[in-house]
Design a protein around this ligand. Sequence first.
Ligand SMILES: [Zn+2]
Length: 803
Amino acid sequence: MRFSKILLSLFFIVPTLLLAQADQAKTRSYYQDADLVPREQGVDFLNLSLKVSFAPVEKKVMGEVTHTFKVLRKELESLQLDAIKMEFASVTVDGKEAKYESDGRYLNILFDSPLNWNTQHELKIKYEAHPLRGLYFIGWDDTTGTSRKQIWTQGQGINNRHWIPMYDEKNDKVISETIIDFEEGYEVLSNGELLKKKKVGDKMRWHYKISKPHPTYLIMIGIGKYAIDEKKSASGVPMQFYYYPDQPEQLEPTYRYSVEMFDFFENEIGVPYPWNKYSQIPVQNFMYGAMENTTSTIFGDFYLVDENAYLDKNYVRVNAHELAHQWFGDLVTARASAHHWLQESFATHYDMIYQREAFGQDHFDWVRMDYINKSLKASEDDIKPIAHSEAGSTRHYPKGSFVLEMIKYVVGREQYNAAIKHYLEKHAYANVDSEDLLIAFHEELGISLDWFWEEWVYRGGEPHYKVDFQADGKTANFFVQQIHEVNELRGYFKMPIDFLIAYKDGTIDRKKVWVEDASKLVSFEQKGEIDYYLFDPNWQVMKELTFNKPMEVLKAQAEKAEHMLDRYKAIEKLVNMDFEGKDDFLMDRFKAEEFHAIKAKIVSYMVPLLSEKSEELVELAAADADVEVRQALLESTYRIPASLEDDYRKLLEDKAYNNVEMALDLLCFYYPMNKSVYLGQTKDIEGARDHGVRVKWLKWSFLSTQNEEYLKELIEMSSNKYEFLTRLNAARALKDINYLDERALSYMLEATFSFNSRLAGPMGSILDDYFKQIQHRAMMVQYVSSRQWSDREFRKVKGYLIP
Ligand SMILES: [Zn+2]
């Protein structure tokens, strides 16, 4: 921990030299990125008007789309649209039949004579499609009528081209209009305002139009049976909350904070909400969390939660994320995929800062720490920068979000907000790239953040600082080294960093110093007996840190540091150290702390010890007000001593369904003789949308009674009458029981054909596990080989053909 005098003296000379060299050596360096350049186009599309109706049972779309466009070239002989596997009844340009070719991917329109520069034209296409992507028919093939019946779309990335022939790229924006005919009794939602709703023939016609241009991947339709709650933002924007009419108890917990976050964003972003209404619609079997379609967000109905399910998984964070996209992504849109972070990092950033508003500073800091950990983990594989089309979701979401927080740390929140406001206003309803954001900071504040872009946007990785601390009574020194590998993709990081020394008399000394070279010495005049010391208190900078501290210093840090993260980091180290009175010390910290992460850390260390102290801790944790602490207890339980069975039994009545599920599993496993008591206690609980508690209950009930009724119910729950999470839960329970019959197999196979990879993938793994077992294999081979499969299905089932 000591450093030599020679090294110290070197230190005062080297930095200036290094700085001069570094300046000259700085060049912008990228991983190659195929999606840096937007696709070329000969026209500017202005309007897209879509008339559409559906034959849901046949999964068919019947459409007529009218594109208005302006020619961008001196002469234009043809035009190419994206159109996957469609049948065309007619194609007209300016009212006249046009020549066209289609190869199942593109629709090429050949003009009789070339179109001229700046002229405006109308292209009308009548077509039909059976889309495999982009538009989904849910529940229409369930003949029992159990499933909800819906139609919904998911355009991003490039899937609207499966049901609308169009130029399907994010670098052109249109005013879109949708006219949808559908049977009465259903709600129909699309982008923009509902201009008209009237009966035409035996159907209802819904006419929507958006007020301003938006990218075509955000065109949406959502159809189903819903009730709608209406509210208004402080600024008067109408908000619509769709929910299932048979589950009204889910309305409030699902949409909690919706109006508050809307008002917060308008205030914080400083640019009014860019559209004239905002709707949110939940749909069944959604393959992502949610999608920020302009004015009309779609989200997975697993986020429709009651008061209890809210505790396990709620919509607040995703709700904020999609709302933020209405500015970042919908109002300003990345020109090419290399700049995708301008959408996702911003949406994640604003959802993160809304979480601070709703859940407090400790929660916010805990999210930030999670984002640091995820980013460091991703860097173990490669160090792609956030401004890269293949950066991956960790860079596009959490890392980029943290990077934006670091810009704020460098320039201050108010100045950051001013630059962002300028950026949004300058590029409203248009496209942007990473340079546009950088330029906005210079134009608005006169600040050149090129160095910051260089290290955090265009290059990848994170700094790894090694810090040593030494004090001799007169001077206290922090010696900082950047010890990560430096190459053309990752350099030394330049960042302002806080250094803090806390004295035993309670006084605190701190200074902010720029660290930018391989090493840096930061000295303090020592003013007394040192209690603890911190490098970058509260983790403002994303980094890996190696900083060994003596146990007494860590104990002081765990007890006294101002920020939760610094106390947590000390506890994290202390649980891995041996010292006298450790259990008492940790027990005291558990009682003193309020934030769940610190308490959970102590629980996960102490509970498995099964000591006298840990029994006391189990009692406290089981009764803790925080759902996460009770969850940590259940996750850390490897054995339940008889003296604690009662404490765990109380968790069968936990408000959070996940905790009930875990408690039921643990208790039935460790105390099988009491199963009937536990099952009696939980028999009326369904759980969240995934029927988690009910599935666990059926599994244990079958195992304890062998009553086939329970098995039958589980098998039915694995069928397409149910939404996908229920199906997976039920299939996993059947797998635990290790039961498979033809009916269950047929349901599980059908699930592997789903468009939803979150269903198809895991269900495939479950079936693979069954197939490994000789007692199921013969039946599976027999079943698969005796049936007809489409090409698409055959690709999935062929693995089960050979015994
Ligand atoms: Zn997003």
